[in-house]
Design a protein. Structure first.
Length: 290
C-alpha cells in the first residue's frame, strides 16, 4: 500500500451493527406484535460515547504540520517511505486486532515481551487508531540503516470509556547491502518506540513513578530512548524502553565504569556515555539526557 501525501494516514475502524440494533421507524413500532414492543420497564440503553476528536496536525498533541510535499512516485521497500509503510501496516494490524501479525513486524527481542503478553496489552482498549507522519531521513553507519517515523496514537480505554491521545515516534532498522545479510535482515523492522501521553491526557497503562535520584535517561544513536533505574543496594539496574521494562541486569566486575548483564542484555559505560546491547542485536551507543 503506497502512502499518500502528506504521508498522514488516519486508521479508522469500521464495524457493522447487528440487525437487532437497527433503529425501527416510529410508524412501524405500532405494527409490531405486543411481545416485540419496547417495555416501559426495560433498562435504559447505555449512552454512546462521543466521537473521538484527535488533535489535528500542527495542534498540541497532533503530528507536526509538514509543509514540504512528499513524492507520490513509487517507492522501494528499502527507502524511508518503505519504512513508513511498515509503520502504517503495523498500526492497521493493531486496529484490526491482528496482534500476532503486528508483533512479527518488530525485530526479534525488540518488543521487550513475548507475543502473548504483547497481544494481552491491548485488551484495555475499546478503540485504537493512529495517524502516521512523514519519515525522517535514513541514518547509515557500520552497515546498518535507521529511520524514524512520527506517530500519533489515539482511541478509547474500556475503563470509563476515556479517550486517550499520545504521540512520539517509531524507529525502524534494517541491515544495509553487506555481505552475509539475509533478505529478512535487509527488511525494515521496528526497533523501538517512544510514544507517550501528552500533558493532561489519559494514560493507557499504569507506569510507575520514577525516582530521578536513581534513574538515568539515555538517547541512543538509533533514535530510541532508554530509562535505567539503578538499584545500588542490590547491584542491579532495570532497563525500560517506551514504558516497557526490558530486563533487570546484574552488576559485573569491570576495570572502570559500570557493567551490567542478564540474558543477552548488556549495559556498559562510564560517565554520560553508555553502550546498550539487546539479545541478537549489535551494541548501540547511548548518551545520558541532561
Amino acid at each position: 500500500m503506497r502512502l499518500s501525501l502528506p504521508l498522514l494516514l488516519t486508521l479508522a475502524a469500521c464495524s457493522s451493527q447487528p440487525a437487532e440494533n437497527v433503529a425501527v421507524p416510529a410508524k412501524d413500532v405500532a405494527e409490531l406484535p405486543d411481545e416485540a414492543a419496547p417495555s416501559p420497564t426495560s433498562p435504559p440503553v447505555a449512552a454512546t460515547p462521543a466521537p473521538l476528536n484527535p488533535a489535528a496536525p500542527g495542534e498540541p498533541g497532533g503530528l507536526d504540520n509538514y509543509t514540504t510535499p512528499i513524492s507520490e512516485a513509487p517507492f522501494t521497500e528499502d527507502s524511508a517511505q518503505g519504512a513508513a509503510n511498515v509503520v502504517q501496516t503495523y498500526y492497521a494490524l493493531l486496529e484490526q486486532g491482528k496482534y500476532g501479525q503486528a508483533y512479527r513486524l518488530w525485530e526479534p527481542g525488540a518488543a521487550g515481551t513475548d507475543a502473548g503478553a504483547f497481544a494481552a496489552s491491548f485488551a484495555r482498549y475499546s478503540e485504537f487508531h493512529a495517524n502516521i507522519g512523514a519519515p525522517g531521513r535514513i541514518d547509515a553507519g557500520a552497515g546498518q540503516r535507521y529511520v524514524t517515523v512520527p506517530v500519533q496514537v489515539y482511541g478509547r480505554l474500556k475503563q470509563g470509556a476515556r479517550p486517550f491521545n499520545m504521540r512520539g515516534s517509531v524507529t525502524l532498522h534494517r541491515a544495509g547491502d553487506i555481505d552475509g545479510a539475509t533478505a529478512e535482515q535487509r527488511r525494515w523492522r521496528i526497533r523501538s518506540t517512544d510514544i507517550k501521553p501528552g500533558p493532561g491526557e489519559a494514560t493507557p497503562s499504569s507506569v510507575p513513578t520514577e525516582d530521578n535520584r536513581s534513574t538515568a535517561r539515555y538517547r541512543c544513536m538509533d533514535g530510541s530512548r532508554l530509562v535505567a533505574r539503578f538499584d545500588p543496594d542490590n547491584d542491579r539496574v532495570t532497563i525500560s524502553r517506551g514504558g516497557t521494562a526490558l530486563a533487570t541486569l546484574r552488576g559485573q566486575r569491570v576495570a572502570s565504569g559500570i557493567g551490567y548483564t542478564a540474558k543477552g542484555y548488556e549495559l556498559r559505560g562510564k560517565g554520560d556515555d553508555m553502550t546498550f546491547t539487546a539479545p541478537g542485536q549489535p551494541p548501540i551507543a547511548c548518551t545520558v539526557i541532561r
